[in-house]
Design a protein around this ligand. Structure first.
Ligand code: 5CA
Length: 156
């Protein structure tokens, strides 16, 4: 297992989550690819996305089939919200885009969790690299991240 994935597995252990990383035979850089690889709906993939609010990184964990409404995020986070660039993602989390997990980050980030993730008893999140995922319940995600449940879905 790659060091970045090992780091996530260790984070799960130290958080008291009895969950194992799954190594995929393919690289899944997007939620859609991840869903296909494990045979679940895209909505069951928890995407860990980094934005900045007034320049400070925040974590949004969104259901794979939702787009994030940056205006709703601005209300929640209280500041101008932008998508983080790849270097900011790496600095804030210690991981690269395509493998960013919801836990085990280099810095503690304000965290917002998409309510739609509660629709599924089991969801899958990135495990540090595009080849690794892990399953967990929405409750475990809330507990492990200390995130705030929110409506962050862009509804056209
Ligand atoms: N390993 C997969 C499945 S869990 C994964 O990490 N998917 S993801 O959806 O959580 O991460 C991909 C996301 O990274 C994309 O949805 C997109 O929001 C973001 N992203 C992709 N390219 C960039 C970029 N150049 N800058 C900032 N964010 C990006």
């Amino acid at each position: 297992m790659k060091p970045a994935a090992q780091k996530v597995q260790e984070a799960l252990v130290s958080l008291g989550l009895d969950r194992r990383l799954i190594e995929l035979p393919v690289s899944a850089k997007t939620a859609r690819q991840a869903a296909e690889a494990v045979g679940v709906s895209v909505g069951q993939i928890a995407k860990s996305l980094i934005f900045t609010a007034n320049g400070s990184p925040i974590l949004v964990i969104a259901s794979g089939d939702n787009r994030v409404d940056e205006r709703k995020l601005e209300t929640l986070a209280g500041g101008k919200v932008r998508r983080a660039d790849p270097e900011t993602v790496r600095q804030a989390t210690g991981f690269s885009i395509g493998g960013v997990p919801p836990v085990g980050h280099a810095t503690k980030l304000p965290t917002y969790i998409d309510r739609d993730l509660l629709r599924h008893p089991l969801i899958y999140a990135a495990g540090g690299v595009p080849e690794c995922l892990f399953p967990l319940s929405p409750d475990e995600l809330l507990r492990a991240t200390g995130g705030q449940l929110a409506d962050i879905k862009h509804a056209p």
